[in-house]
Ligand binder design. Sequence first.
Ligand code: IPE
Ligand code: IPE
Ligand code: MG
Length: 228
Amino acid sequence: MNSPFHVAIIMDGNGRWGLKEYNDRNKGHFYGLQNIDKVVKDCIKLNIKFLTLYTFSTENWNRPKKEIDYLFFLFKFFYKKNFNKMFKNNIKIKFIGDLKNIPNDLKIIIHKIEKKTKNNNLITVIFAFNYGSKSELINAFKKISKNKKNNITEELITNNLYTKNIPDPNILIRTGGEKRLSNFLLWQLSYAELFFVGKNWPDFNFFDLKKIINSYSKIKRKFGTVDE
Ligand code: IPE
Ligand code: IPE
Ligand code: MG
């Protein structure tokens, strides 16, 4: 099987799932985070080498404070709980996003995880956290102009993104039924194959992923060329 190297996921539909199952959006966030653990294992089984998960967007700050507070409580709980397991399972963890402007206690946890798992190599799991593609690009252009670089190339821009040294995703999956990118990896997804799944994130499972991987393996990726 033509196994993909990098899968990116917009883990959407937690709130709706929580409302439907428990009449509580936050329950959806809780079970959504639990599902990450399973999906990482599924990716390892399928020989996926990079998994990027859209965890919190720069626009998600516009949600009610009560929901944001609960989300941050959960993130801390999740990373603390899973930290050693991820390390022992040879999983490398990275974070992309504006990590300067997140609460200090979470910042400390994030740096610790990244440092401790940096030599692991079974799979790299990248959490897009306080991430927005437009702010990533602005940040890259600011760095480029600060360094007085005039010869703007694709490589120069790529190397100034948070995703420097990470190959572009082969596949983007969005759960929850919406067909939009919501400011996620706009540059990096230019040639990704897009898959939109009706299921909400807490219900997304191995068979859904396997089905997508199978469909992907049948696609002829052309990158602008013509069939021979
Ligand atoms: C995605 O699920 C998780 C975050 C944005 C943190 P949502 O919370 O957006 O769930 P829906 O789309 O409202 O159902
Ligand atoms: C995208 O989902 C962000 C994450 C999954 C973290 P949203 O639910 O925030 O996106 P919109 O608001 O539907 O575009
Ligand atoms: Mg949503």
